[in-house]
Ligand binder design. Structure first.
Ligand code: FE2
Length: 520
C-alpha cells in the first residue's frame, strides 16, 4: 500500500494506481522518476499504472550481461583492423531501483579456498650497485629461458660468437631508435658482449619494432654483414595460450580497486550501493542471484587516498590522516558478507613504501584492517594467488598488480598512446607478452635484487587497477581486467587529462568463464 503522501504525489501528476497492483519491493521515488521520464502525460490527463507498466519499470533495470570475445595476439595487434575487432561493452548495468531484498536467500554453503603463491614481504637488505647488476642479470636469465622454451628460435648463440652465418641472439635492449631513413637500430646486450642490429623496413618483422621497449629481453634472428647484424625476425617471450578449466561450483570473483578513502571525491554512495548489493539488499532478483555467487573480492590497491601523494592533495582530503583513512576502510568493508573472502594489496596511494614489490599494508598504519572480523588476506603488490582450488578444480591463478608502471607505456609506446587510457586492455596484453610488469627502467620504482616484476607464473586472471576505468577482456585463454574506482575526478586528474569511470565492478565466473561489468 502506498503511503498517503506518496499517493498524493502520484495523483497530482495524474498517475492512478490500479487497485490490483502488486507494489511489493518497489521504490516509489524511483518509480515516480521513471514515470515522469517515460510517460510524462499532459496536465489534466489521467494515466493508469497497471502491472504491465510496473513490469516494464522492473525490466528497465534487468541486467543485460554480455561475455566478451577474444583479442588478437601481439603479432596482429599492430593491424588497425585488429583493434576494431576488440569487444566493447555496449551494455552496462545500473542498479537504480532500491528494491528490498526478497526473503529468498540464494547463498549456498560453498567454502572459499585461497592459496598464496607469491607474497613479497619486506626484506631490509642493504642495496648497492651490485644489486642492480644482479637484478638485470636475473631478468636476462629468466626471460632468456622463456625465449628458449618457445622452441621456434633457430641457432641461438652468444653475442660474442656471432660470425657470418645466419643465427639468433638473445639480449637486453640497451638502446633503440628509428633513423631518418626509416631503419630501426637496436643495441642488444647479453652476458658476453653487445651488438648493433639493423632492421630495415623490408625485413619480415619490421612491424614489431614499434613494440620494442628499453630494457626488455628479446631474441632477434638475422645475419651479420660488414659492420651490422641485419635482423629479420623478432621474438618476445610471449604469454602462452591457456586452456581454461572450470570450477564445478558456481563461484564469482569481484574486483574493486582504488577506493581512495579520505579523498573529498570519495564516492560513498556508490560504495554503499555495492556493499548493499553484495548483501542482497539492492538489485532485482537476477542481480541478487549474481551477488550471492560472489565468494571472493579482490582489491588491487589504493584502499585510501593517502597523504602527500600529489601537489596540493591536502586541500582535497576530508580525512587528512592515514590511520583514520584505514580505520574508515575497515568500517565499510566490515559490512561485506561473511561468505566473501577479501584479498587486499597496496597501490601508490597506500601508506607503504612506493618501490615495487610493495609489501603488504603496514600493521602500524592499517591495524583496523588487520583486526577485521572478515576472512581477509593482506598481501603485497604484486602478488600471485590461487582461488578456489578443490579436489575437482585446480583453482584460478590470479596475478594482482596495482599498475603504477602503466602511465609510462601509455605515454611512450606509440600504439598504446594512440588509444590512451581508453583501451587499457591493450596494455595488459602487451605486458603479458613481455612477461614483465614494468620492463623499462624507470617505468616504476623498484627494489633491485632478483626482479620480482617478471611474470613467471602464468595467471588465469591478470587483475589490475590504477587507471580508474573498468575494463575486462580475454587474451589467449586468460582474463585481463582493470577495476575502476570509488573516487570522482580530482584536480590532479583534471590537470593530466584523466577521465575516471567510477563504480564499475568486473566480475569473473569461475564455473562458466563469463565476464561481466556491473555499474553502481
Ligand atoms: Fe588510484
Amino acid at each position: 500500500m502506498l503511503k498517503e503522501g506518496l499517493l498524493d504525489k502520484f495523483s497530482e501528476k495524474g498517475y492512478l494506481i490500479s487497485s490490483d497492483l502488486s507494489m511489493e519491493n518497489i521504490n516509489y521515488d524511483e518509480l515516480y522518476d521513471y514515470l515522469l521520464k517515460k510517460y510524462n502525460n499532459k496536465e489534466g490527463e489521467m494515466f493508469v499504472i497497471d502491472n504491465d507498466i510496473i513490469e516494464s519499470f522492473k525490466n528497465e533495470f534487468t541486467p543485460k550481461l554480455e561475455s566478451v570475445a577474444g583479442f588478437p595476439d601481439i603479432n596482429t595487434i599492430l593491424e588497425e583492423s585488429s583493434f576494431k575487432k576488440t569487444t566493447e561493452f555496449s551494455s552496462k548495468i545500473e542498479l537504480k531501483p532500491k528494491i528490498i531484498a526478497p526473503k529468498k536467500d540464494f547463498r549456498g554453503d560453498i567454502e572459499t579456498n585461497i592459496e598464496i603463491i607469491k607474497n613479497h614481504t619486506i626484506i631490509n637488505k642493504k642495496k648497492s650497485i651490485s644489486s642492480f647488476i644482479s637484478h638485470y642479470s636475473s631478468r636476462f636469465e629468466k626471460i632468456k629461458n622463456m625465449l628458449l622454451l618457445r622452441g621456434d628460435i633457430k641457432d641461438i648463440i652468444n653475442i660474442n660468437k656471432v660470425g657470418d652465418n645466419p643465427v639468433s641472439v638473445i639480449g637486453l635492449v640497451k638502446h633503440c631508435n628509428t633513423t631518418k631513413s626509416g631503419n630501426f637500430i637496436i643495441e642488444l646486450e647479453d652476458m658476453t658482449d653487445t651488438i648493433n642490429i639493423l632492421i630495415t623496413p623490408s625485413s619480415e618483422d619490421f612491424v614489431k619494432t614499434s613494440l620494442i621497449v628499453l630494457d626488455e629481453v628479446i631474441a632477434i634472428s638475422g645475419k651479420k654483414s660488414g659492420r651490422f647484424f641485419y635482423g629479420n625476425k623478432i621474438f618476445f617471450p610471449e604469454f602462452p595460450e591457456k586452456e581454461r578449466s572450470s570450477s564445478k561450483e558456481d563461484v564469482v570473483v569481484a574486483f574493486a580497486s582504488d577506493i581512495h578513502i579520505g579523498s573529498n571525491m570519495f564516492l560513498e554512495k556508490k560504495l554503499l550501493k555495492f556493499i548493499d548489493w553484495l548483501n542482497l539488499k539492492k538489485g532485482n532478483e537476477k542481480q541478487m542471484e549474481l551477488a550471492s555467487k560472489v565468494k571472493y573480492l579482490v582489491i588491487p590497491g589504493d584502499l585510501i587516498d593517502g597523504i602527500g601523494i600529489y601537489p596540493g592533495q591536502e586541500k582535497e582530503l576530508n580525512i587528512p590522516d592515514v590511520y583514520k583513512q584505514y580505520a574508515k576502510f575497515a568500517e565499510y568493508f566490515e559490512n561485506i558478507p561473511e561468505t566473501i573472502e577479501l584479498i587486499v594489496s597496496p597501490g601508490n596511494h597506500d601508506a607503504v613504501r612506493m618501490a615495487e614489490p610493495q609489501p603488504p599494508l603496514y600493521k602500524d598504519f592499517a591495524e583496523p584492517i588487520y583486526k577485521m572480523s572478515k576472512k581477509i588476506n593482506i598481501l603485497s603488490n604484486p602478488c600471485f594467488v590461487n582461488l578456489h582450488k578443490k579436489d575437482d578444480y585446480p583453482g584460478s591463478n590470479v596475478l594482482i598488480y596495482h599498475g603504477y608502471s602503466f602511465d609510462h607505456y601509455i605515454a611512450e609506446v606509440p600504439f598504446l598512446r594512440k588509444y590512451g587510457y581508453e583501451k587499457i586492455e591493450y596494455l595488459l596484453k602487451f605486458l603479458l607478452d613481455k612477461r614483465h610488469l614494468a620492463p623499462t627502467h624507470g617505468s616504476t620504482l623498484f627494489t633491485p635484487g632478483s626482479d620480482e616484476l617478471i611474470i613467471e607464473n602464468i595467471p588465469d586472471i591478470f587483475a589490475t587497477g590504477h587507471i580508474h576505468k573498468a575494463r575486462i577482456d580475454k587474451y589467449k585463454g586468460a582474463v585481463v581486467l582493470s577495476s575502476s574506482c570509488f573516487q570522482g575526478r580530482t584536480s590532479f586528474q583534471e590537470k593530466v587529462g584523466h577521465h575516471p569511470e567510477p563504480g564499475k565492478i568486473p566480475l569473473v565466473n569461475l564455473k562458466t568463464g563469463e565476464l561481466k561489468l556491473m555499474e553502481f
